[in-house]
Design a protein. Structure first.
Length: 326
């Protein structure tokens, strides 16, 4: 096609659409070497054509020199936009979410997370990131970390200001499971010791609550110096010695876990556990502190019995008579 006064951007749009692009950025000219082709002049398109041959034009058989100033028409087509799909959920655990997305071309992707508190997008962290301060990856997948359990998040993929994915569907981390049912270990007049199975999570804590059989209300238990929080029973380990209880009183216990500021549901309540009472104090005396005294008394009794038997068989008058006869 010759570059003449009729060649404009509207004609260039038709050429670019015919080549598979969205449109043209520029309608210009170029210089070419001599070729034996059929030239088109006076091309006029209305913009609705799907091919350049549908536009009004004149055929010129022969030398390209018939084109004015030896110039032919050229176009710069608009590059196709980068297609970037929204991130899709694959799986999650308590503090991370694995996602993937589709893209029409390779790029460096940044994963952004929506912050409800600030109503804005912010950088997040992920495994195998190109940056320590953000989630920057080359592959079209990422595992976002440092999340909270039992929480819902929204993400987008960012390439540039003009290439950004749509908002993802809600992605939820797994729920923090409640601790197992606490079981009885030991008791005294004013304390009861219970235990439970640990979650294998770094930084998890357990809060113990108690309920008297005569009351329906649950209250925070106390564990004395063992607790991480004064006047409560907050522990890292799987054993709690609950203090400040009433003598000969029935109690139930339950607990919940806290991880990264998120609380689990309550565990099942323990079986009824009674603190030591008057009858048990007698048993405690004999099998506890009184057992030592009993052992001493029995030993003394055995020693006296041995001495008595020895005295009878050695110093008895009958034995003395036999000795004289002999």
């Amino acid at each position: 096609m010759c570059h003449d006064e009729s060649w404009d951007l509207q004609d260039a749009h038709v050429v670019c659409r015919q080549l598979g692009y969205d449109g043209a950025e520029n309608a210009s000219y170029a210089e070419v070497i001599e070729t034996e082709v059929t030239w088109m002049r006076n091309v006029q398109c209305n913009g609705s054509e799907s091919a350049i041959l549908e536009c009004t034009h004149n055929h010129v058989e022969g030398d390209f020199m018939l084109c004015q100033f030896f110039k032919v028409a050229s176009v710069i087509c608009t590059p196709p936009p980068v297609w970037l799909g929204s991130p899709e959920f694959v799986f999650s655990d308590l503090y991370s979410v694995f996602m993937r997305w589709n893209s029409s071309e390779s790029s460096i992707y940044k994963v952004h997370m929506w912050n409800n508190q600030t109503s804005s997008w912010e950088s997040t962290r992920c495994r195998e990131s190109l940056s320590a301060a953000a989630c920057v990856v080359r592959a079209s997948r990422a595992t976002v970390v440092d999340l909270k359990p039992s929480s819902t998040y929204y993400f987008r993929i960012y390439v540039s200001k003009t290439v950004t994915s749509a908002l993802s569907r809600p992605m939820t981390t797994k729920e923090l499971e409640p601790p197992p049912k606490p079981v009885f270990v030991s008791k005294t007049f004013e304390t009861i010791t219970i235990r439970w199975k640990l979650h294998h999570l770094q930084g998890i804590t357990y809060n113990v609550q108690m309920q008297m059989n005569t009351q329906s209300r649950w209250m925070d238990a106390k564990c004395g110096a063992q607790s991480l929080v004064p006047n409560q029973c907050v522990l890292k380990g799987p054993v709690a010695r609950v203090t400040d209880l009433k003598r000969n009183t029935m109690y139930h216990f339950r607990l919940y876990a806290v991880f990264k500021g998120v609380s689990s549901d309550y565990s099942l309540p323990s079986d009824s556990i009674r603190t030591a009472g008057d009858v048990e104090s007698i048993v405690f005396f004999f099998w506890g502190g009184g057992l030592f005294v009993i052992v001493i008394i029995v030993c003394l009794f055995i020693c006296l019995l041995v001495c008595f038997v020895f005295f009878v068989f050695v110093f008895h008058p009958l034995n003395a008579k036999f000795s004289i006869w002999a």
